[in-house]
Design a protein around this ligand. Sequence first.
Ligand SMILES: Nc1ncnc2c1ncn2[C@@H]1O[C@H](COP(=O)(O)OP(=O)(O)O)[C@@H](O)[C@H]1O
Ligand SMILES: [Mg+2]
Length: 152
Amino acid sequence: MRTVRLESPEETHRLGVRLGELLEPGDFVGLIGDLGAGKTHLVRGVADGANVPRSEVASPTFAIVYPYSGRIPLYHADLYRLTDYDDLYATGFLDLEGTESAMLVEWLDKIPQAAPRDYLRVTLKHAGGEARVLMAEAFGVRPAALLDAWMG
Ligand SMILES: Nc1ncnc2c1ncn2[C@@H]1O[C@H](COP(=O)(O)OP(=O)(O)O)[C@@H](O)[C@H]1O
Ligand SMILES: [Mg+2]
């Protein structure tokens, strides 16, 4: 488990960029934290780090899963509006796991069974004003290597 304090949105973005540079096909990153904790903000950084065109990330859509094409294919999912595993099944999300894409999944705690066996869990917490505390925990060999590379 690694913990970092992020004093500003820019710091969160920079940390996201670094993760985006490191992601490989098949990586799964679950993002947990209250509304406004910075999950989406971090994902924007990841998308930048993975060379996803800005227009893709900015595009408004009501889908649960957003495909991005960067250095590698990425899926950005938000489970906030889902209630159970059946919902998830209906979205087609489960078919995307373990493919040649990396997955970034907000509100993973809403449907914990959405996570594969190996994944990186990132939790963001408000810490007053613009400060946030990010905790990252790896489950599995590749996620542990990813976490080491990310946090140094
Ligand atoms: N240190 C920080 N890291 C990330 N976001 C921050 C930070 N400080 C302030 N913010 C602001 O908090 C909000 C986070 O929103 P968002 O990323 O959509 O949260 P979530 O997806 O977790 O609901 C943004 O408006 C962002 O500018
Ligand atoms: Mg969000």
